[in-house]
Design a protein around this ligand. Structure first.
Ligand SMILES: Cc1cc2nc3c(=O)[nH]c(=O)nc-3n(C[C@H](O)[C@H](O)[C@H](O)COP(=O)(O)OP(=O)(O)OC[C@H]3O[C@@H](n4cnc5c(N)ncnc54)[C@H](O)[C@@H]3O)c2cc1C
Length: 412
């Protein structure tokens, strides 16, 4: 039966859910307190990594982080003023790095990510947006065998779960990316991925497509949610909105909204950054390349090469520290000697993350009038389309392609 459904959040997750729910003829209102794609979906590295399975909390993560203490701008950092706030999350995160928990989390991440490419095709292939996605591989390069060897646990996990990859020699790396300096001796390559040539154009375009198909978009900040017998009402400075159901897809800001619906979810943010280089740089790479030593990504986009990375625990409101990205420019230039490192723009975004690297996906604990789709951490672009399709299945009463119980809000 067609229903009136309000989706909170016009990032990739809200936009994908809007398109998927619309296919079932529901009456959808998509709201965001800002313009579409103002959050993490705006500035990511733009890679859809099919079959991704390694959670962020891997065995040994605690020691990896301790080793970074004292480095001037390490790839993972905690702002001292936020330490006491993030501590409970970090304790849970470290608990999730036990081998048994890692395997479990990897299985449930893979259950979603194995549908990544297929689900994106299913959601947007019949629209002109399909040109924003290009086939690519996901290449990680290492100068030192020692650094590569230190990532062996991820490969053991990938072998166990079934994620396909190849280990490349320096020569094979240069065959794929001739402009890379000949300093990389070993690489890891996953085929069958997609790159988004402009993540903002993709997500804003999805909202436009949704509206052109009869959906409604409204700028509206949700401050209160009340669930009654047959209706859900949302209120904020813009007034009151009423629907049969609501989907909370507000990324890193979803925790407070879920709490209003009775679920206390340990969601926090792993902030990340990007720095854009001039448009002329875009042809230097054929696909995204991860620097395995310094943990950043170079993504060729239609606007130029985007350098992205960093994990910073500092909450939702602290001022960005763009020095984090600027400090990576010498390493980027070392990778690509022809790189023009003139800074076009910088950006900070809030990855929505739970300690087990799994999203919250499905109905609220106490009511089927509220659904959740948030917490996609480093993989929201990868998992956007499959998330939308799963939400549509749940609303329609169809069985999704995977068991969604591992993603329930009260699993902690
Ligand atoms: C540096 C970086 C690189 C990344 N690279 C990749 C990558 O290559 N591949 C990949 O798969 N993922 C990547 N990610 C992760 C990915 O970007 C995120 O997981 C994804 O964008 C999250 O999407 P979302 O829709 O949940 O949240 P968002 O895009 O943050 O959207 C949430 C929206 O909710 C709105 N909102 C919040 N509160 C309210 C409210 N109360 N009322 C109304 N609206 C509200 C916000 O304004 C926002 O527009 C990267 C992230 C970063 C930071």
């Amino acid at each position: 039966m067609a229903e009136r459904i309000i989706i909170i959040g016009a990032g990739v997750i809200g936009a994908a859910s809007a398109l998927a729910l619309q296919q079932d003829d529901h009456d959808i209102l998509l709201v965001d307190r800002e313009a579409p794609c103002a959050g993490a979906s705006f500035g990511n590295a733009g890679v859809i990594v099919n079959d991704s399975c390694a959670p962020t909390a891997m065995p040994g993560i605690l020691f990896d982080v301790i080793r970074m203490i004292g480095q001037p701008l390490p790839p993972v950092s905690i702002r001292p003023a936020y330490f006491h706030k993030i501590l409970p999350w970090l304790i849970r995160f470290i608990w999730q790095s036990r081998t048994a928990a890692v395997t479990n989390n990897a299985i449930h991440l893979y259950a979603l990510s194995k549908h990544a490419v297929k689900s994106w095709r299913q959601l947007i292939d019949k629209s002109k947006l399909s040109s924003v996605l290009e086939e690519t591989g996901w290449l990680k390069v290492y100068e030192l065998q020692k650094t590569f060897n230190a990532t062996s646990k991820a490969r053991v996990l990938m072998d166990a779960i079934g994620t396909q990859y190849q280990v490349l020699t320096g020569e094979q790396i240069r065959d794929l990316e001739p402009n890379l300096a000949p300093i990389f001796n070993v690489g890891l390559y996953q085929e069958d991925c997609l790159r988004i040539v402009n993540p903002h154009r993709l997500v804003a375009g999805m909202v436009d497509l949704f509206v052109s198909r009869g959906g409604e978009y409204r700028q509206f900040s949700v401050e209160m949610i009340k669930v009654a017998n047959e209706t859900v009402s949302l209120s904020g400075p813009g007034g009151v909105l009423v629907a049969n159901r609501v989907l909370i897809a507000a990324g890193a800001w979803s925790r407070t909204l879920a709490r209003l619906c009775g679920d206390n979810v340990p969601l926090d943010t792993e902030r990340g950054y990007h720095l854009m280089l001039p448009e002329s740089t875009r042809s230097l790479l054929n696909g995204p390349v991860v620097n395995g030593e310094s943990s950043f990504v170079l993504s060729p986009m239609e606007m130029g090469i985007r350098i992205s990375g960093q994990i910073e625990f500092a909450g939702l409101t602290a001022t960005p520290n763009y020095a984090r990205m600027r400090s990576l420019l010498p390493a980027a230039k070392r990778m690509l000697p022809d790189l023009d490192t003139h800074e076009e723009s910088v950006w900070m975004g809030c990855r929505p993350s739970l300690p087990d690297s799994l999203p919250v996906l499905g109905f609220a604990s106490n009511t089927h009038q509220v659904l959740y789709a948030f917490g996609h951490q480093h993989l929201g672009m990868t998992l956007g389309a499959i998330t939308g399709l799963v939400i549509a299945d749940l609303v329609a009463g169809r069985k999704p392609v995977m068991d969604v119980s591992p993603y329930r809000p009260n699993r902690f």
